[in-house]
Design a protein around this ligand. Structure first.
Ligand code: KG4
Length: 333
């Protein structure tokens, strides 16, 4: 079954063709990051307008690159929540028009479910049940994936997402947006014990996380140093900051692996591209005797192939939308 899939929840316009949920026939992505970089973050209206300008061309290209014709498409899937509402609306409306024009079923896909499904593309043998930590620019969730469409949130951030914390830290260090990758690069070889940052523990749920204190600690350190005219070592700071993020994520996730008795752990989302976090999870999973799944870098960030993958399993579960489908800024998993 071939699914034409759309993703437009933030600043990536993406269209893909995915076969049977596992095989990527085409994966077209236009990242708007450079357009937003001058503002230090995503400007919602610019994002929406840019999606409008590029989505039709990308759809055409996705079909051509897949080596198929439009009539070979069996269904249309779209990421309909959560995200920047104007941005999501563009993808939803375009997908609805495609489904109508092609006379094919329309499948709504939750964006985070898509991130989790990126692992199905990278690892054909992966099947639920497994645990998945989803760490992206807007969300940080620890999810028990009981079946392809049956998921339970074990924990989440109480405030900022891990990616947001990377982006704000990068901004105070004068690094470009999005800041995760630049921080990853400058932290290589840095001393991660040079600066001590807080690792928050929140009461109530052992799997919940918090990143706003860490963000504030970095901002205060940089501002105080600036006022005193002191030089900070950016490599050491980036490495110490990344260690604090990793120390918030890895032990909690491994605690869930132990307590739920899962032998498979997946990590997904843009922050899963971080080299330190990947290495820490690799080590922790080996120690716990648990198999680790982390997608290649291309599938960590927003893409439409992951929406096509999850769309397939939603389709098998009977999930359909009609032409009244709307876009949502927030939505439960
Ligand atoms: O999943 P994603 O592309 O978009 C959302 O759904 O939010 O994630 C984007 C986030 C940004 O905050 C970006 O800075 C972060 O992922 N990111 C990274 C790295 N590459 C991207 N964070 C840490 N290290 C990286 N190498």
């Amino acid at each position: 079954m071939r699914i034409l899939a759309f993703e437009s929840t933030c600043d990536e316009t993406a269209v893909a063709v995915v076969e049977d949920g596992r095989s990527v026939l085409s994966d077209e992505i236009f990242s708007q990051a450079k357009l937003h970089a001058v503002y230090g973050g995503v400007v919602p209206e610019i994002a929406s307008r840019c999606h409008v300008e590029s989505i039709a061309l990308l759809a055409q290209r996705a079909v051509e690159t897949a080596g198929i014709e439009k009539k070979d498409i069996d269904a249309v899937a779209v990421s309909y929540a959560p995200g920047l509402i104007g941005a999501v609306l563009v993808g939803v409306n375009f997908a609805k028009a495609c489904a109508l024009a092609l006379d094919r079923p329309l499948i709504p896909v939750h964006h985070i479910r898509g991130h989790i499904a990126a692992n199905y593309l990278a690892y054909p043998e992966l099947e639920p049940p497994f645990l998945c930590l989803t760490i992206s620019g807007g969300n940080t969730l620890l999810v028990d994936v009981r079946d392809y469409t049956d998921m339970r949130i074990l924990g989440s951030t109480r405030d900022d997402a891990a990616g947001e914390c990377f982006d704000k830290t990068a901004r105070v260090l004068g690094l470009p947006y999005p800041g995760g990758r630049p921080i990853d690069l400058i932290s290589q070889g840095g001393d991660d014990s040079r600066y001590v940052f807080p690792v928050a523990h929140v009461s109530g749920n052992p799997y919940d996380m918090s990143f706003s204190g860490l963000k504030t600690a970095v901002i205060n350190l940089v501002h105080n140093a600036g006022q005193k005219g002191e030089e900070l070592d950016r490599a050491d700071l980036a490495a110490s900051f990344t260690k604090a993020v990793s120390d918030s994520l890895v032990p909690r996730t491994m605690q869930a692996v132990r307590e739920l008795g899962r032998d498979k752990l997946a990590v997904a989302g843009g922050v899963a591209a971080n080299s330190r976090i990947r290495a820490d999870f690799q080590r922790a999973a080996e120690e716990a005797g648990c198999r680790l799944y982390i997608p290649p870098l291309k599938l960590c960030g927003d893409n439409a192939a992951m929406i096509g993958a999850q769309g397939y399993y939603e389709y098998l579960a009977g999930v359909r939308a009609d032409s009244s489908l709307n876009a949502y800024a927030t939505m439960d998993l």
